[in-house]
Ligand binder design. Structure first.
Ligand SMILES: N[C@@H](CCC(=O)N[C@@H](CS)C(=O)NCC(=O)O)C(=O)O
Ligand SMILES: *[C@@H]1O[C@H](CO)[C@@H](O)[C@H](O)[C@H]1NC(C)=O
Ligand SMILES: *[C@@H]1O[C@H](CO)[C@@H](O)[C@H](O)[C@H]1NC(C)=O
Length: 220
């Protein structure tokens, strides 16, 4: 029988993508909890380049980078498709998921985790601009249509983690006024049964990011 292991931490949006994909396919796996302050030999062996989680290990072979892992899971295991079937739609889903990691994640990070006023303002502006593109692209209940798909899994970071960052910092980037369609989508998504049971609890995440942001100003 195929052996699946996942190296991860529970609060990570990137690890959560992989957990959701495994659940959607109904795959049994072993979760190996990492301590990112003291990374395991296994993590360093399997991901010596980035040393990040998630790492999926399938029959002793490591697969790296959350979006690539989700595609791998979709290709290797039977069950409902995660990516769209049609090549053009697949290309679009990949394009937008890359846009989320390249543009949205980086600009939100800049808005949330920088102390420099000018940099932070730039981060906010870039976040708003990037989110507007996604808002304009959303035409259905989920990005995947009536059901959740690849892009919904990629974008979960916006639906669940960004509001947590906002609560910690008081920033108002992703709001129902500014992005009504995306906001509705985010509520549908976080209340979807599989997503809901997978999301890490909110309170510890709030505390974790609060400490991290306070740590920033303390170490200034
Ligand atoms: N692009 C990576 C990002 C993964 C990532 O940033 N993981 C974080 C946890 S949320 C990590 O492992 N950080 C440890 C480190 O950077 O030392 C992916 O999609 O898998
Ligand atoms: C890091 O983890 C290893 C293996 O679990 C342990 O032996 C070691 O004491 C840890 N180091 C620190 C600094 O906590
Ligand atoms: C968002 O959802 C609310 C409540 O379901 C609905 O009244 C509203 O029209 C929706 N807005 C958009 C932009 O879809």
């Amino acid at each position: 029988m195929a052996e699946v292991k996942l190296l991860g931490v529970r609060g990570s949006p990137f690890v959560t993508r992989v957990v959701i994909a495994l659940k959607l396919k109904g795959i049994e796996y072993e979760f190996l909890e990492e301590n990112l302050g003291n990374k395991s030999e296994l993590l360093l062996k399997y991901n010596p380049i980035h040393k990040t989680v998630p790492v999926l290990v399938h029959n002793e072979k490591p697969i790296l980078e959350s979006l690539i892992i989700v595609e791998y899971i979709d290709e290797v295991f039977n069950g409902n498709s995660i990516l769209p079937k049609e090549p053009y739609q697949r290309a679009l889903a990949r394009f937008w998921s890359k846009f989320i990691d390249d543009k949205i994640v980086s600009s939100v990070k800049k808005a949330v985790f920088t102390l420099d006023e000018v940099e932070r303002e730039k981060g906010i502006e870039e976040s708003l601009e990037a989110l507007q593109f996604l808002e304009d692209d959303l035409k259905t209940k989920f990005f995947g249509g009536d059901e959740i798909g690849f892009l919904d899994i990629a974008a979960l970071i916006i639906a669940y983690w960004v509001p947590i960052f906002q609560e910690v910092t008081g920033l108002q980037i992703f709001t129902s006024e500014k992005f009504p369609k995306l906001y509705n989508w985010s509520q549908e998504l976080i209340n979807h049964p599989i997503i809901k049971e997978t999301l890490p609890p909110r309170e510890p995440l709030l505390a974790f990011f609060k400490a991290r942001i306070e740590g920033l100003s303390a170490s200034k």
